[in-house]
Design a protein around this ligand. Structure first.
Ligand code: FE
Length: 344
């Protein structure tokens, strides 16, 4: 479409997260959703690459036939099987489904950065698989073969059908709700629940001083994902403010049901990952952990808790808790920034 000559400046009041195309999606200024710009700047400061982390120790541990039990190996591979396609799913959702319907240029800046981060995450799994000499066909095809992973991915993809349609347009109550539901699904369920429980599995390896280089990769990913989640929540909150008519009681119930279904699938996944428990975590304890996380996700967008359970693994919340996480990464991030300035 050719650019139409127009001497009127952009009206910031017309800028909206969705349905704001009138305010020109190519002009970054005037900025309205400044949280998105802040998130973009913070994400750049967190830049990292998988190949910066030496895998040597993990390679030795993995090749040692007695260091890990068969159950531990199976859990490690199954979690990697989930991870290896989940970030592709997230990236595809941004690039092919949501991006074009988000009409805030500053939010688009973050989405561009986020989609690159999803690529870095897929790179990290590739790097782990390659370094350890794992069966690539087995790990990367697990989402088709292991039903507990397939069912999670299928739930994500089922919400995309309408939005992937090239004729899909926002601007009606039904379609706007469909898009908002998609954003809730990817932020609350994929990045908020489906990822976090797998993070916990890898962190439990780390607590045993096992596969710590892989765990370090996962911690970087965890930091990125928690920022993706926080950004997603702010996008949801912004859409709620700008178009309160979308957030009907029926719609809220849809989101609650979606989160509850996600919890069930996650529990089934946990049972698949460690049928006999791992490092003192059994599936029942894990179920409670997933429920606890799900309540936090619901609360973050103003929806009522559904489970009201305590966190059964306080050590996980210490490792995953966002504020502490920032301190945890401080040294490394500073190092990276200095290195980056010198090298480039
Ligand atoms: Fe993400």
């Amino acid at each position: 479409m050719p650019i139409v000559e127009n001497h009127n400046k952009v009206d910031i009041n017309k800028r909206k997260m969705i349905n704001g195309g009138e305010a020109d999606v190519m002009q970054l200024y005037p900025m309205k959703h400044t949280f998105a710009w802040d998130a973009y700047i913070a994400a750049n400061a967190n830049h990292w690459l998988p190949t910066e982390i030496s895998m040597q120790r993990d390679i030795e541990q993995w090749k040692n036939p007695t260091f890990l039990t068969p159950d531990e190996r199976s859990a490690f591979e199954t979690v990697l099987g989930f991870f290896s396609t989940a970030d592709s799913l997230a990236a595809n959702n941004i690039v092919m489904a949501t991006y074009k319907h988000i009409t805030s240029p500053e939010a688009r800046m973050y989405l561009l950065r986020q989609s690159y981060e999803e690529a870095i995450h897929t790179h990290a799994y590739q790097y782990i698989v390659e370094s350890l000499g794992l069966d690539q066909g087995k790990i990367f095809n697990m989402y088709r073969e292991v039903s507990a992973i397939y069912n999670k991915d299928n739930m994500m993809l089922s919400l995309n059908e309408g939005i992937f349609d090239p004729n899909f347009k926002t601007g009606t109550l039904e379609n706007d709700q469909k898009l908002l539901e998609n954003i809730c699904m990817f932020s609350l369920v994929l990045e908020g629940i489906f990822f976090y429980s797998s993070f916990a599995v890898i962190l439990s390896f780390q607590r045993q001083n096992k596969m710590t280089a892989s765990a370090e990769q996962i911690q970087y990913i965890m930091r990125d994902e928690s920022n993706h989640f926080n950004f997603g929540v702010k996008v949801i909150e912004t859409i709620k403010e700008e178009q309160p008519e979308l957030w009907t009681p029926e719609f809220q119930q849809r989101i609650i049901d979606m989160v509850k279904k996600g919890v069930e699938l996650e529990y089934t996944f946990a049972v698949t990952v460690f049928p006999k428990g791992i490092f003192g975590i059994n599936a029942e304890g894990f179920k409670q952990y997933v429920e606890h996380i799900a309540d936090r996700r619901l609360r973050s967008v103003g929806l009522p808790e559904q489970y009201g359970v305590e966190n059964p693994f306080p050590w996980m919340s210490e490792a995953i808790d966002l504020d502490k996480e920032k301190n945890f990464f401080e040294t490394r991030v500073t190092e990276y920034k200095v290195g980056g300035q010198l090298e480039w």
